[in-house]
Design a protein around this ligand. Structure first.
Ligand SMILES: [Zn+2]
Length: 457
């Protein structure tokens, strides 16, 4: 099977040029000008960008949380990702207390199998660390699960103590894995939550008011310090607070391998959304919470100057009906998370590139190349080059769409950006050489995505 993508502008993290791209079976085999060999399929990309498929390294599909399960499974979630121009995800498998990592891995492999439309990998969430689990970390790294997520919040569910965190970091220093950290001071937050509830403060906005920026900054600083002592890189997930970014910047200025991602919601939404009337603030209940609008410029600066390396989504949708509603009388019972897997590329292109905050190359780097490099997928993914997987997005920089839950494909009954107009949208999407999105329709099929065995650092 040969596909020829003609007349487009190829954009990678470092290049931008007019070129045709030849795809044979699953790979890109040739790039040139005016290629005219026979192809089974020709895609006209005139006036459009030819981008490496987006890579979203932070999603939660089919994830149980607080008595609910995130509304997208591996089929609806990866279909939505594909519509939005994302061709690989790295989701999270969860080890619950008393379970082995292997059991968790098998459980999540089953959730994805036969359902995913695009390729997928897993980070492993460790909630219970002992000698046997440390040995299992090595085994998972050998099987291509080369990153682990730890929590400094949610005591009794996910949270690990500093000693365990340090042990896990030390283990990855030896086995080449990477620790991803949810950095918030959970114990302090728990006290603030109990105080608020005791004072009768139950509305959604108190979710944000009990998770101060400094609690994120403190944990970010501590996480980086523990990694420094263990002499290993660290990756901070969903960084939302400018105060936390300052900790990352300070560490990087000292030459430490500290990495961090932020998410579109922290760039385009703010604390003000929690003040929306009725129970609407619940739509934005996620951890860490949305922050003050005035601080967003600092995150953009971090993205532009490479103190933040990736933009992922933390896609974790819960419907308002029957799910978010669980916390109508108690903000602490609102399932944490929001949808975003489908809207990332358009939002960041529109609000980042078109708004003059980041370059087109930087857009590709933040949404594809840099996540591929940090998480062991490069150069198989994350660029347009001969030998790379043909994960390709034909992106129309001039098409304007209005974001709405009704027309998006995520299986959730609201959208945090409802009514927002964005310019820049996905046209055609190839996943390992197969066209999966064409003319606004899904032509890929469930189960065609493969598990991604990722490399070590
Ligand atoms: Zn998450």
């Amino acid at each position: 099977m040969r596909t020829l993508i003609k007349n487009g502008t190829v954009v990678t993290a470092v290049d931008q040029y007019r070129g045709d791209v030849l795809v044979e079976d699953e790979k890109i085999t040739l790039i040139g000008t005016s290629l005219d060999m026979h192809a089974d399929k020709v895609v006209d990309a005139a006036e459009k960008y030819v981008l490496p498929g987006g890579i979203d390294v932070h999603t939660h599909l089919d994830m149980p949380f607080g008595g609910s399960t995130s509304a997208d499974d591996f089929e609806s979630g990866t279909v939505a990702a594909a519509f939005g121009g994302t061709t690989s995800i790295v989701d999270f498998a969860i080890q619950y207390r008393g379970q082995t990592l292997h059991h968790a891995w098998e459980t999540w492999m089953k959730k994805a199998e036969g359902k995913a439309v695009i390729d997928y990998g897993f980070h492993m969430i460790i909630t219970d660390l002992n000698d046997q689990v440390e040995d299992e970390m090595d085994a998972l790294v050998r099987q291509g699960v080369t990153s682990f997520k730890l929590f400094m919040a949610y005591r009794g569910i996910f949270m690990l103590d500093d000693g365990s965190i340090f042990k896990a970091l030390s283990r990855t220093a030896k086995n080449g894995g990477t620790i991803c950290m949810h950095a918030e001071n959970g114990d302090v937050i728990d006290v603030l939550v109990q105080r608020a509830l005791a004072e009768g403060k139950t509305a959604p906005k108190y979710h944000a008011l009990t998770r101060p920026a400094r609690a994120e900054a403190e944990a970010t600083h501590r996480a980086i310090a523990l990694a420094e002592i263990a002499d290993v890189p660290i990756y901070i997930v969903h960084l939302s607070a400018a105060e936390a970014l300052e900790m990352v910047t300070e560490a990087r200025d000292r030459g430490l391998p500290a990495f961090a991602e932020t998410c579109p919601q922290y760039l385009f939404l703010s604390y003000d959304n929690y003040e929306e009337p009725d129970f609407n603030g619940a739509k934005y209940v996620m951890s860490p919470p949305l922050r003050a609008k005035a601080k967003q410029d600092q995150l953009w600066r971090g993205l532009a100057f490479n103190d933040l390396q990736c933009i992922s989504t933390d896609h974790c949708p819960f419907c308002m009906k029957e799910q978010k509603e669980l916390g109508r009388n108690d903000f602490s019972k609102i399932p944490n998370g929001a949808p975003g897997i489908e809207t990332r590329m358009s939002l960041v292109y529109d609000g980042g590139v078109r708004a003059g905050r980041i370059s087109l190359n930087r857009f590709v780097e933040l949404t594809s190349t840099s996540p591929a490099k940090i998480f062991g997928l490069f150069p198989r993914k994350g660029t347009i080059a001969p030998g790379s997987d043909a994960d390709i997005v034909v992106f129309d920089p001039n098409r304007t769409v209005t974001l709405a839950a009704k027309t998006l494909h995520m299986k959730v009954d609201y959208n945090p950006y409802e009514g927002r107009q964005v310019t820049g949208a996905t046209d055609t999407v190839l996943s390992r050489g197969r066209v999966i999105i064409e003319n606004g329709a899904l032509v890929g099929r469930a189960g065609s995505g493969s598990f991604l065995r990722r490399a070590t650092r």
